[in-house]
Design a protein around this ligand. Structure first.
Ligand SMILES: *[C@@H]1O[C@H](CO)[C@@H](O)[C@H](O)[C@H]1NC(C)=O
Ligand SMILES: *[C@@H]1O[C@H](CO)[C@@H](O)[C@H](O)[C@H]1NC(C)=O
Ligand SMILES: *[C@@H]1O[C@H](CO)[C@@H](O)[C@H](O)[C@H]1NC(C)=O
Ligand SMILES: *[C@@H]1O[C@H](CO)[C@@H](O)[C@H](O)[C@H]1NC(C)=O
Length: 355
């Protein structure tokens, strides 16, 4: 079974939308008429009372975690198999994770982001007030990780799962020792940290407002590399599956590709005409479970397009021009065959990567 998921960011709906595809998707929309999912194929996860900022499947795909402005995170159990009428009538099993100082008192600390560890045993959440929380898959609080004083937007486990990295508006990133729950190391930067991504088990990239990208290593007091080239806020950084190429996207509308071997970017893609908000590498190519498919990069932009790049060849492969509003989110299916995109136009599209 393939799982395809798009998080809908900054929209005014109060539910998580997820899409499970069991076999080849039908050609539902070769023409340009909008397609409405038949309600028989749709499962709506109701419960959040305000915007859902972020969602993530657990690595094995049976749990969906969601983070919301309503100050809760939730873990939904989504059964296997097609979404049939029996499944839809059953209320989905949901655990409500309250981002509280005490477990009983309501707060107004909205949950901005979340991330599963690679084993799917622990979920980390970050909040607007700078609280980092570690939960188990049964929704129980495991640790309070308190060091930040401002909103957390970047939060990632390393592959090994011994470090958790959080990046904050307070201009710091903290590497947490997961066992002790204490900061292993705090890194300070000249401006706000927007996104973080691990290159390997102890090196990571940090993207900042203003345009800088830093590469840091646990144990080193100074950044091991500085990438300058973006002219405005870097909205996302993402290492390719082998950890050799870093992609970044920015308010300056460009997508850039960096390598540790040089200081200037390898590629400077300028085909987007507005803010590029999100980028994702395909789970394909060397070192992935789909080694025979080429490695691709997808980007989503406020120019309403989704673009697919062949980075090795340094060129734009496809511009996908069906959205009518800013594209906030893109996600490849685990087999690399499909790309889903979500937009402020209230549409989600699922693209066949090959076509
Ligand atoms: C619906 O799916 C469940 C789980 O896959 C299965 O046990 C059940 O028989 C299905 N019901 C129908 C009406 O197909
Ligand atoms: C929780 O709320 C109760 C009642 O308002 C209050 O007495 C108590 O101190 C609060 N606990 C915490 C940890 O804020
Ligand atoms: C955060 O962690 C650093 C490094 O351990 C420490 O120096 C600093 O005092 C901590 N700040 C807060 C607010 O806990
Ligand atoms: C990181 O740690 C995991 C688990 O020990 C290991 O499988 C992986 O190869 C390591 N990655 C790198 C790049 O060293």
């Amino acid at each position: 079974m393939q799982l395809i998921f798009v998080h809908i960011f900054c929209c005014d709906t109060n539910f998580v939308f997820c899409c499970k595809i069991d076999s080849e998707p039908m050609d539902i929309n070769k023409d340009s008429t909008p397609y409405e999912f038949p309600s028989s194929d749709l499962m709506v996860l109701e419960g959040h009372t305000s915007e859902v900022f972020s969602c993530a499947w657990s690595p094995e795909g049976s749990l969906l975690a969601s983070a919301s402005r309503d100050c809760t995170a939730r873990i939904w159990t989504i059964g296997d198999g097609p979404c049939n009428s029996t499944i839809r009538r059953r209320a989905p099993n949901v655990l409500v994770l309250k981002s509280l100082e005490s477990q009983t008192n309501e707060t107004d600390d909205l949950v901005t982001t979340l991330n599963w560890n690679s084993e799917g045993t622990l979920l980390a959440t970050g909040s607007h007030e700078g609280k980092v929380r570690m939960w188990n898959r049964y929704g129980e609080l495991v640790k309070n990780l308190d060091n930040h004083s401002c909103p957390i937007f970047g939060l990632k486990w390393n592959k090994m799962g011994d470090y958790l990295l959080s990046g904050s508006v307070d201009r710091t990133a903290v590497v947490w020792n997961v066992i002790s729950g204490k900061p292993k190391q705090q890194f300070e930067f000249p401006s706000v940290v927007i996104d973080v991504d691990w290159q390997n088990n102890d090196s990571f990239a940090v993207s900042l407002t203003g345009g800088m990208i830093y590469i840091c290593k646990v144990g080193e007091n100074r950044p091991v590399k500085r990438f300058s080239g973006h002219e405005n806020d870097v909205n996302a950084v993402n290492w390719d599956p082998s950890g050799s190429l870093l992609a970044s996207c920015s308010d300056d509308a460009t997508v850039k590709i960096w390598s540790m071997k040089q200081d200037v970017c390898l590629h400077d893609f300028r085909e987007h005409s507005e803010i590029t908000y999100t980028i994702k590498w395909s789970p394909t190519g060397a070192g992935t479970s789909n080694p025979n498919q080429p490695l691709l990069l997808a980007s989503g932009s406020f120019d309403a397009t989704v673009k697919i790049w062949n980075v090795k060849q340094g060129r734009l492969l496809q511009s996908l021009n069906r959205h009518r509003g800013p594209v906030f989110s893109v996600a490849f299916s685990p087999n690399g065959k499909y790309l889903a995109s979500g937009s402020a136009d209230k549409c989600m599209h699922i693209w066949s990567v090959k076509e």
